[in-house]
Design a protein around this ligand. Structure first.
Ligand SMILES: Nc1nc2c(c(=O)[nH]1)N[C@H]1C(S)=C(S)[C@@H](COP(=O)(O)OP(=O)(O)OC[C@H]3O[C@@H](n4cnc5c(=O)[nH]c(N)nc54)[C@H](O)[C@@H]3O)O[C@H]1N2
Ligand SMILES: Nc1nc2c(c(=O)[nH]1)N[C@H]1C(S)=C(S)[C@@H](COP(=O)(O)OP(=O)(O)OC[C@H]3O[C@@H](n4cnc5c(=O)[nH]c(N)nc54)[C@H](O)[C@@H]3O)O[C@H]1N2
Ligand code: SF4
Ligand SMILES: [Mo]
Length: 744
């Protein structure tokens, strides 16, 4: 392969579509990207690359990529698009948004994003510069991705914590400070296919090579489950009961870390009382896991020093997901595995850099007190859910779509959609979102590709640059990194470029003029700048002694604003009974709630729909609804499938490879049966995000979403008392049947 130069950069969506963090080498010849490799000098991936990164050239130069701004040329959904200039696009958006702001107030425009990518900074920046508090992951029912886990850790020990695989050290597994976890629980995550939350499966494999024992909590036999000491094949949605059952064993058998609990925690007695409701036998009947396995797994975890838990999305998607996450986080606190080598290590933004001013202090400085008040008063859901008011700054997704429909308490007139395919996979109850959003006066989408959401709804679409084409930066969690452009494609612009330009039109007082200037300004906190980091190969680890470098920071006074030892909680201790939850009128202790449809809650429904539909297990070659048009990737995973157990399929007369209906009261979709012993007989697994970019995009077909998108079968409005957590993406009942008329 011939090339002129190699650009070393940090990967973050778009391209592979990712939560990001790998180091990559981009090989460029002339002005063209010709090859991509993982960067062997980067501690995050040490040269490894996922299939989506390896297919980057097919993504960047795909003929379907959006490469210039367009406006709608016919009715919405008619599929007619007219090329326009950036000036016309931005002028139109400015005029329309300002007119709405003038007449109804800035809160009448909602700013919608998808999963956490490089967009968090640019989109909140744009929304706040415009003056709207309604920044929302629209369609993500009950906001059940990541936020419940973040909230649980915030209330329990004040900071985010993650399984320690040496990721905060340049030398990784050779770092002298690091220890290999003796036991790892992989709880409802499959880091082998997706690097979820920027956590990589190969990190766990490295620990396994060094002797870590494995407990896997998953209704499917995953790669990790097949190599685990204990595979707890759980009934979807019952993880809260399992965590409380394990805490019961750990407390009653005296396996907790008495010294840590005594010195650094409070609320132990209340927790001890609560777990009495969850003896192993009861937990076994709730979760389908034999009680001896629950007891043995709890013992293995608690007796291993150190031990770590790594968890995933299904935790958030349990009913009352925030309290389920709380129960699981209590396990690493009970066993003293918090911020110790090889335990669950506290992760802070690298070098203390945040990509955008989120703190009240900074926001007040930028936009004034009035605006900050509006953030909590006008944000959709803030009046109902104290957590929406007090945690993380997001509007409530389920309440937002209801408000689009009702116009109460104030009307929503326009939407800015950036990095999300709402109808293609993010939204539960696809039809409801489709019908509600159709009512809006004006919709802008910013994306790399055309998709069903844009085709059905957008009035203007702006072409976004991939990570290979842009300047950006990242501090989530370490190292501190910059994204260095290697090539240019068409008239594409980065999310930061687009949003900074518009933000300046909405708020002329902003001090930043260029993206580079903004990045350099944020990087000042770390005493560096874009060019310095780019010259170093794009990253730098936090320095020794910094609060973003492990371990034992609670003992060193590095976690609290007042510099005292302890945790960043109201009491300064790990709180098993949370003061913050109490303040927010929530149960201070973890608890378990049955899924909205289940053998216990709705036995009559179960007779009609006897299978649990768990959706959304990640495919290694797709990111949600993305990449179906990339030849190298589609070839590996060509069809929308449903995984069904061999015995269950035989009972239904279904053969491997046959097209079937998956259906419930809400509708039905078509899937190709993958008959496999690796899924629990009473569960089917339906991968999400399916549309067929090679088929008709116009209404009513919309690339086949009404035939294949499983989210039509999933309701909205299932959020728990916290408001966050409980999207029923993994717990809804369904049945599978043969397609009588026969299809190809
Ligand atoms: N049934 C079911 N549904 C689910 C889930 C499930 O488990 N089951 N999971 C849910 C979860 S956890 C999440 S987070 C959501 C995710 O939902 P989304 O984030 O909406 O998913 P994507 O398909 O990745 O959509 C992203 C869109 O943005 C574009 N894009 C990607 N990166 C960028 C970028 O950096 N800039 C711009 N401008 N555009 C970009 C892509 O081309 C794509 O069209 O889906 C949810 N949907
Ligand atoms: N390749 C790729 N990577 C991705 C994504 C992608 O779309 N593609 N999406 C990204 C996003 S936004 C997210 S949130 C993460 C999500 O990634 P993960 O957190 O890994 O979540 P899932 O893949 O939905 O499910 C993980 C495992 O949980 C099991 N499971 C299903 N239901 C339950 C349950 O009720 N309890 C338990 N204990 N286990 C259950 C599934 O069988 C699966 O093996 O991945 C991110 N990374
Ligand atoms: S492994 Fe994950 S972070 Fe790395 S390039 Fe692939 S998707 Fe991005
Ligand atoms: Mo997610």
């Amino acid at each position: 392969m011939e090339y002129d130069r190699v650009v070393r950069t940090t990967v973050w969506s778009p391209g592979p579509g990712c939560h990001g963090g790998c180091g990559a080498k981009l090989y460029v010849q002339g002005d063209r990207l010709v090859k991509v490799e993982g960067d062997e000098d980067h501690p995050w991936n040490q040269g490894r690359a996922c299939p989506r990164l390896l297919a980057l050239t097919q993504y960047v130069y795909h003929p379907d990529r959006l490469t210039y701004p367009m406006k709608r040329g016919g009715a919405r959904g008619e599929g007619k698009w007219i090329r326009i200039s950036w000036d016309e696009a931005l002028d139109t958006i400015e005029t329309k948004f300002k007119a709405i702001r003038e007449q109804y107030g800035p809160e009448s425009v909602i700013f919608c994003q998808g999963t956490g990518r490089d967009v968090g900074g640019p989109i909140s920046f744009l929304a706040y510069s415009f003056g709207s508090p309604n920044w929302v992951q629209l369609g993500l029912a009950a906001h059940s991705c990541y936020t419940p886990r973040l909230a649980a850790m915030f209330v329990t020990h004040g900071d985010y914590a993650v399984m320690d695989c040496g990721q905060f050290f340049e030398e990784r597994y050779n770092a002298p400070e690091w220890k290999n976890p003796e036991c790892v629980i992989i709880w409802g995550q499959n880091p082998m296919s997706g690097c979820p939350d920027a956590f990589h499966g190969h990190w766990v494999v490295e620990c396994m090579k060094r002797g870590s024992k494995l407990i896997v909590v998953d209704p499917r036999v995953t790669w990790f489950a097949s190599r685990a000491d204990y595979h707890l094949q759980i009934r979807p949605g019952t993880d809260g009961a399992l965590a409380l059952g394990m805490a019961n064993v750990i407390i009653n058998e005296g396996l907790y870390d008495k010294e840590f609990v005594e010195k650094w925690t409070c609320g132990f007695d209340e927790l001890k009382e609560r777990v009495k409701e969850f003896p192993p036998e009861r937990v076994a009947s709730i979760t389908w896991i034999p009680s001896n396995l629950i007891v043995e797994a709890a013992r293995l975890y608690a007796r291993s020093k150190p031990a770590a838990v790594h968890w995933g999305l299904p935790v958030d998607q349990c009913p009352e997901g925030t309290h389920v996450a709380q129960a699981i986080s209590h396990l690493w606190c009970l066993t003293g595995n918090l911020d110790v080598p090889g335990g669950n290590v506290i992760a802070k933004p690298s070098h203390g850099v945040t990509t955008y001013p989120f703190s009240t202090h900074e926001l007040t400085g930028l936009y004034g007190e009035e605006f900050v008040k509006k953030l909590t008063e006008k944000r959709i859901g803030a009046d109902k859910y104290p957590m929406v008011r007090n945690f993380r700054g997001w509007g409530h997704p389920d309440m937002t779509i209801d408000q689009v429909l009702t116009g109460e308490p104030y009307p929503i007139l326009a939407a800015w959609i950036q990095t999300t395919n709402i109808l293609g996979g993010q939204a539960a109850d696809t039809r409801k979102h489709y019908e509600a959003l159709k009512k809006l006066d004006f919709i802008v989408a910013v994306d790399t590709f055309m998709n069903p959401t844009i085709q059905a709804l957008a009035d203007i679409v702006l072409p976004a640059a991939t990570f290979a084409e842009k300047e950006s930066f990242r501090s989530w969690w370490a190292p501190l990194s910059v994204i260095v452009p290697a090539v240019k494609v068409g008239d594409c612009r980065s999310d930061w470029e687009i949003n900074l330009e518009l933000a300046r039109r909405f708020n002329p007082n902003l001090k930043w003029r260029t993206v580079k200037g903004l990045i350099d300004d944020r990087l000042k906190a770390a005493g560096t700048d874009f060019d310095t980091l780019a010259a170093k190969g794009s990253w730098e680890m936090p320095p020794e002694g910094h609060a973003s470098k492990p371990y034992y920071r609670y003992d060193k006074g590095l976690l609290r604003a007042d510099g005292q030892p302890g945790f960043n909680t109201p009491t300064g201790k790990v709180e098993f009974a949370s003061k913050r939850f109490e303040e927010w009128r929530l149960d201070p202790l973890p608890y378990y709630e049955e899924p909205p449809e289940s053998e216990v809650r709705t036995p009559a429904l179960l007779r009609e729909f006897p299978l649990i539909m768990a959706t959304g297990r990640r495919s290694p070659v797709y990111f949600h609804s993305e990449h179906r048009m990339i030849p190298w990737l589609r070839e590996i995973d060509p069809f929308p499938i449903v995984e069904i157990n061999t015995k269950t399929a035989a009972e239904l007369g279904i053969e491997d490879g046959e097209w079937v209906y998956v259906e419930n009261r809400r509708g039905r979709i078509k899937r190709k049966a993958r008959v496999t012993p690796t899924i629990h007989p009473k569960v089917v697994m339906v991968p999400h995000g399916w549309w067929l970019p090679e088929t008709e995009g116009k209404e009513p077909h919309l690339y086949g979403i009404w035939e294949y998108n499983c989210n039509q079968l999933i309701p909205t409005g299932t959020q728990g008392q916290a408001g966050f957590g409980g999207g029923a993406y993994k717990t809804i009942l369904c049945r599978v049947r043969k397609i009588d008329e026969g299809t190809s």
